[in-house]
Design a protein. Structure first.
Length: 188
């Protein structure tokens, strides 16, 4: 039986694109977006830099640290690089991403409350063993942003920055093509 994911856990998120070759969610380089600290892309390794591919899960609805994460919960993801930053939608997706349903660019903000809902995500497990409505380490999940009531699904889309693999944005479609919005959880 897989271990239940709990608030306060540190995780890696691996993208399923290209038979799980989409890379690990990662902060990479400075961001020029207002209120953002770092760009977000994927990298070949969850440890490209110290803490860049490690994310701490917290409840955006006030659930206590140590409580199991349920499928459908509202969460924030704090990156563990340097002083920490939060996975955040910030500004429009790139023009090429918009042509394929892209909604918002994704970066890392200093605070979890940069904008209403920009750093809040609903986590949905595809399935789990056991099927107890709890998210487990090893599960494949979708992350849906709540900005504006519908910020879109976190996905890989396009070429990433130097040292990165793929760019990351949100999309109107839960899986536009090739499992780009599927993320597998592993313990950090």
């Amino acid at each position: 039986m897989a271990e239940a994911l709990k608030y306060g856990d540190r995780i890696h998120l691996q993208n399923a694109y290209g038979n799980w070759g989409g890379g690990y969610l990662d902060t990479n380089g400075q961001s020029s977006a207002t209120g953002a600290l770092y760009g977000v892309s994927t990298a070949d390794s969850p440890a490209r830099g110290t803490g860049t591919g490690t994310w701490e899960i917290a409840s955006a609805a006030g659930k206590a640290t140590g409580t199991p994460v349920a499928s459908g919960d509202l969460i924030t993801l704090r990156n563990c690089y340097s002083a920490g930053s939060y996975l955040d939608t910030n500004g429009p997706a790139a023009a090429a991403q918009k042509k394929a349903g892209g909604k918002y660019d994704v970066s890392a903000a200093k605070n979890a409350d940069r904008g209403t809902g920009t750093a809040e995500w609903r986590i949905f497990a595809q399935t789990s063993a056991p099927q107890d409505a709890v998210v487990h380490v090893g599960d494949t999940v979708h992350l849906w942003n709540t900005y504006g009531g519908n910020g879109g699904f976190l996905e890989t889309n396009g070429v990433g920055p130097a040292g990165g693999k793929y760019d990351v944005c949100t999309n109107a479609y839960y899986n536009r093509t090739g499992n780009v919005a599927d993320w597998r959880i592993s313990a950090a």
